[in-house]
Write a protein that binds this ligand. Structure first.
Ligand code: KG4
Ligand code: ZN
Length: 335
């Protein structure tokens, strides 16, 4: 089965074609990051308008990459939520219209299901069951995955998501948007041990997270230093190092706890923050003694992309799932 996937939930227009026999045949992505950077974050109305402009040219491009005439597919998958309502509607209505014109089924996919299945696009994919740590700009969740559509939420953030904490730290330090990769890059030049930030909710049992207190600690440190004068580049880097260390430490502690509780040895990390090098290395080191294995996607497929939606939609269609012609999107949608 060959499926066209369309992702427009936030600020990336992603389109791809996944074939269940031959793998990924085409993959195109347009990031709106530059457009939103001057506003310090995503402007929903601008995002929707740009998806309208970019989507069909990208659809054309992936068919060209695949060497296929337009429409030579068995289904169209699109992100139906969660995300920005206007942005989701662009992808959903385009996907449904294309599917109707080509006489194939369309299927709405959960954005986080797309993320959690993205490592399946790599060589040596994980087998079920596994534990998934979903860490994106909007979510921090630990999910037990027993198969496609068989997900059990084990823990989640009670306030800010991990990616959001990275983005807010970047903003406080004046590093601009998007924050995660910039904080991670600066952390590489940071000196260990100059600052220490809390590891929220790690001292008591449970698998939930909370990152808003950590954000306040960073803010207090930044404000203290600003009151003493300019924030030196080395101080910025040291704060980034300590912040990243606190987030990574917290995620590692909870992942180990969840793996033990679920009696699992395979861990999938997915979503934008799973591109973080320190997180990958620290999880791999933490799981080695328990003969555990960490799986993740290439950096391009950690952040939003069309390939993960094409893959998830293909699995759902192969399982016989079908939906009616209504264009349905859900800005809020539990996994
Ligand atoms: O999955 P994603 O592309 O979009 C959402 O579904 O939210 O995740 C974006 C998030 C942003 O918060 C971004 O700052 C963060 O992932 N991110 C990173 C890194 N790359 C992206 N955070 C830490 N380190 C990175 N290397
Ligand atoms: Zn995402």
């Amino acid at each position: 089965m060959r499926v066209l996937g369309i992702e427009t939930s936030c600020d990336e227009t992603g389109v791809a074609i996944f074939d269940s026999e031959h793998g990924l045949l085409g993959d195109a992505l347009f990031s709106q990051v530059e457009m939103h950077a001057e506003f310090g974050g995503v402007v929903p109305e601008l995002a929707s308008r740009d998806h309208v402009r970019k989507l069909l040219p990208l659809v054309s491009e992936v068919f060209a990459q695949a060497g296929l005439p337009r429409g030579q597919i068995d289904g169209v998958a699109y992100t139906a939520g969660p995300g920005l309502i206007g942005a989701l509607l662009v992808g959903a209505s385009t996907a449904r219209s294309l599917a109707m014109a080509w006489g194939v089924p369309a299927i709405g996919v959960h954005h986080m299901e797309g993320h959690l299945l993205a490592p399946m696009l790599e060589d040596n994919p994980p087998t079920f069951p596994f534990l998934a740590l979903l860490v994106s700009g909007g979510h921090t969740q630990l999910v037990r995955v027993d198969g496609i559509g068989r997900y059990r939420l084990m823990g989640e953030s009670l306030d800010d998501a991990a990616g959001e904490a990275f983005d807010k730290t970047a903003k406080m330090l004046g590093l601009g948007y998007p924050g995660g990769p910039r904080v991670a890059a600066l952390a590489e030049q940071g000196v260990a041990g100059r600052f220490t930030f809390p590891r929220p909710m790690t001292n008591r049992p449970g698998l939930d997270f909370s990152f808003s207190g950590l954000k306040t600690s960073v803010l207090n440190t930044v404000t203290d230093h600003q009151q003493q004068g300019v924030l030196e580049p080395q101080t910025q880097a040291d704060i980034c190092w300590a912040f990243q260390d606190a987030v990574v430490d917290t995620l590692v502690i909870k992942c180990k706890r969840a793996l033990q509780e679920a009696r699992l040895k395979r861990l999938v990390i997915a979503g934008g923050v799973s591109a973080n090098k320190a997180l990958r290395e620290r999880l791999e080191a933490a799981l080695r003694p328990m003969q555990g294995e960490v799986f993740y996607a290439r950096p391009r497929f950690c952040t939003d992309n069309g390939a993960m939606i094409a893959y998830a939609g293909c699995q759902r269609l192969l399982a016989g799932e079908r939906q009616d012609l209504q264009v349905q999107v859900r800005p809020r949608w539990p996994l």
